[in-house]
Write a protein that binds this ligand. Structure first.
Ligand code: FES
Length: 371
């Protein structure tokens, strides 16, 4: 008995000593001291080495897009690293195209800052800010899509372009009677649905998918709760160009950035004809229809053109029937100079881009945001 006790004590002691040695070794080996990150050849940041490039930049209030919290599973956090990053890791390769590999694009969450780095980021990212907003309105616009309105703290303003997105950060939450809780805090990207003129509020249209963030927004968040958001991000936004007409094409919550673009057109008296082709399954999937009518009255030449893929079950439906592609085939003419803004699933976008190209819409005039 005494022998067993002594052996157990010795093993415990050896384990404890080994753990201490490993901790000290880890500290010594991972102590990279202070390193300098040079951004766009003009800004130097001094940070403690040892963290990921993404976290090091976040600690300096430079917010690179990230929808997976640095797990290497969203591919959002790309930056160009010109020096100091070492070879591309296996975890990065699935997210980088041949062109990106050739021009030194990397996933910032996968790069450990061990020495001085030189990076390049788009200038717009210097404008990205973090806001602690308050949920002031939450309304179900269909049985699965919620419209939420967030208010910025007094005195703070957000500037964005119509079509851009923000990131919403969840807090851990307990489960309820019809949903599971989450110990994790996650970050997800959502297009801004509101007008750029209102710099004190942000609106979003969020579909329920049972994911951590959509459950948080649909089931947990209540009016008055604080919500952390970061942004704006994205190169999908309305551009003033030489096109004669504007095509707006979306399905589901792809409605959100289009709504922001419509507000922009109204607020800036943009006179170009515009058509919004919106794909839904049934009349119950249509929402904010009154608002679309308001735009028809207030814009110079605008029409909301919903099409139902299950219209056969609704013989009284007077609008278009079938998928959005059918509307494109029907209405888009080859002799008009269009610019087109598309938001929806990758599959839908792929099909519509092809249809638009077949109708002679220039590739440089087709802008899309995949959900
Ligand atoms: S943050 Fe998602 S891949 Fe880097």
């Amino acid at each position: 008995m005494g022998q067993i006790l002594i052996t157990t004590l010795v093993i415990t002691l050896i384990s404890a000593v080994l753990a201490i040695i490993l901790t000290i070794a880890d500290r010594i080996m991972n102590d990279y001291g202070e390193v300098t990150i040079t951004i766009n050849d003009e800004k130097n940041l001094n940070v403690d080495g040892g963290s990921s490039l993404l976290s090091s930049l976040t600690s300096q209030k430079i917010f690179i897009p990230s929808a997976c919290g640095g797990k290497g599973s969203c591919g959002y956090c790309k930056v160009k690293v010109l020096d100091g990053a070492g070879p591309v890791l296996a975890t990065e390769k699935p997210w980088l195209s041949e062109e990106e590999l050739a021009n030194n694009t990397r996933l910032s969450c996968q790069i450990k800052v061990k020495q001085d780095l030189k990076i390049e980021i788009p200038e717009e990212l210097f404008n990205v800010k973090e806001f602690e907003t308050t949920l002031v309105e939450k309304e179900m616009v269909t049985d699965r899509i919620a419209k939420i309105r967030l208010e910025l703290p007094e005195g703070e303003k957000v500037s964005f372009k119509p079509g851009q997105f923000m990131q919403i950060k969840t807090k851990p939450y307990k489960g309820g009677k019809d949903y599971e809780g989450s110990d994790e805090s996650v970050i997800r990207a959502y297009s801004i649905a509101s007008s750029i003129k209102d710099k004190n509020h942000l609106e979003f249209l969020i579909g329920y998918t049972k994911g951590i963030c959509t459950t948080y927004i649909h089931k947990v968040l209540e009016v008055g709760d604080k919500v952390e958001v970061t942004g704006p991000y994205g190169d999908f936004y309305y551009k003033d160009d030489d096109s004669d007409e504007i095509l707006l094409i979306a399905a589901g919550t792809g409605f959100a950035p289009i709504r922001s673009i419509l507000y922009h057109m109204r607020d800036n008296d943009i006179q170009k004809p515009a058509r919004f082709y919106f794909g839904a399954k049934t009349p119950d999937d249509l929402f904010l229809v009154d608002e679309m009518k308001m735009f028809e009255e207030e814009l110079n030449d605008y029409k909301f053109m919903p099409t139902l893929s299950r219209a056969d079950d609704y013989p009284d439906w007077a609008g278009d029937r079938g998928r959005v592609n059918k509307s494109i085939d029907k209405y888009v003419k080859e002799d008009v100079k269009y610019s087109a803004y598309l938001c929806g699933s990758p599959r839908m976008i792929e099909g519509i881009v092809k249809d638009l190209k077949d109708r002679a819409v220039g590739e440089d005039k087709i802008f899309f945001d995949e959900f």
